[in-house]
Design a protein around this ligand. Structure first.
Ligand SMILES: C[S@@+](CC[C@H](N)C(=O)[O-])C[C@H]1O[C@@H](n2cnc3c(N)ncnc32)[C@H](O)[C@@H]1O
Length: 278
């Protein structure tokens, strides 16, 4: 399953959509993503009765988790740019009387028009795909009610390291991969972007993903998927994956990469709110 950045845009082909859904379903089971989500939910502490907005909801796993957290007095709005992804999320939803209602809809993080009364806004692994993260974060901030909290989560592909294989070749492959991602280093910028959007009490955490298994890494990190053929010349690609497999077999392989979580609050005071971008 070779995942290229464009599978996460508005109108993927059917094959790209199938790849994207398979990838998201697989990655959501990965221990790193489970740890990231647990850490972020812990920072947010979502209360029963809350109104939650999940932007770039993908298959809607977190939307459904939030529906359980907010209970029948709360609600969740799940938004994605890609209509096929909204349908895929809806198809996975099994309503329960113990859960808050989940409403699914198509929308762009850059131009949300869902009002400004959400208690919690969640945006996980979406900003790396957008053309303008500043506009996107401003739009997330405007969706919050005063006192509401936003959580943005993203990886930092620029800080991905691989050990056990030739460094120069590895650098070429990783650099080529970064060029395919719209915002490869957005993870390290998340906290600053929340501050620049006029939000207060920013907190940042990172989960440092470390793996010594090539198969485990390839299941979650697209650049380490042997099917990925669009980065370097075929000879280099074959040499890199052969070297990775040898390193793995010898027990020398290691990959590490941070995943950042940033949380902040919309100020209640008018003078702080005036700093929010229009
Ligand atoms: C890597 S997936 C993450 C999905 C989900 N948040 C998760 O953690 O499983 C990125 C998602 O963001 C969506 N997306 C990309 N650009 C977007 C935009 N401008 N506005 C809203 N959603 C967007 C994609 O369609 C995709 O579903």
């Amino acid at each position: 399953m070779a995942v290229a950045g464009k599978v996460f845009q508005a109108n993927p082909t059917m094959a790209e959509q199938a790849t994207a859904e398979g990838y998201l379903a697989q990655v959501s089971q990965h221990s790193v993503i489970r740890a990231v989500r647990a850490s972020a939910v812990d920072l947010l502490s979502v209360a029963p009765g809350s109104r939650v907005l999940d932007v770039g909801c993908g298959l809607g796993e977190m939307s459904r988790a939030f529906a359980g957290m907010v209970g029948p007095d709360g609600s969740v709005t799940a938004v994605d740019l890609n209509p096929a992804m909204v349908t895929a999320a809806q198809d996975r939803h099994l309503p329960s009387p113990q859960d808050g209602m989940v409403r699914y809809q198509v929308g762009d993080v850059a131009s949300l028009d869902l009002g400004d009364d959400f208690d919690v806004v969640w945006c996980e692994r979406v900003l790396q795909h957008v053309p303008d993260p500043e506009t996107a974060v401003g739009s997330l901030a405007r969706s919050l009610s005063p006192g509401g909290r936003v959580c943005v989560i993203d990886v930092d592909w620029g800080a991905l390291v691989v050990d056990g294989v030739d460094e120069a070749l590895t650098r070429r492959v990783l650099d080529a991969f970064q060029l395919k991602v719209r915002q490869p280093t957005v993870g390290r910028t998340l906290r600053r972007r929340l501050v620049q959007a006029g939000l207060s009490d920013p907190a940042v955490r990172s989960v440092h993903a470390v793996s010594t298994s090539l198969a485990d890494t390839a299941s979650a990190v697209p650049v380490l998927d042997r099917g990925r053929a669009d980065l370097v010349a075929e000879g280099d690609r074959a040499a890199w994956f052969d070297a990775l497999e040898l390193a793995d077999a010898r027990g020398h392989f290691m990959m590490a990469m941070p995943v950042y979580i940033a949380v902040a609050t919309k100020p209640r005071q008018a003078q702080c709110a005036s700093r929010l971008p229009a």
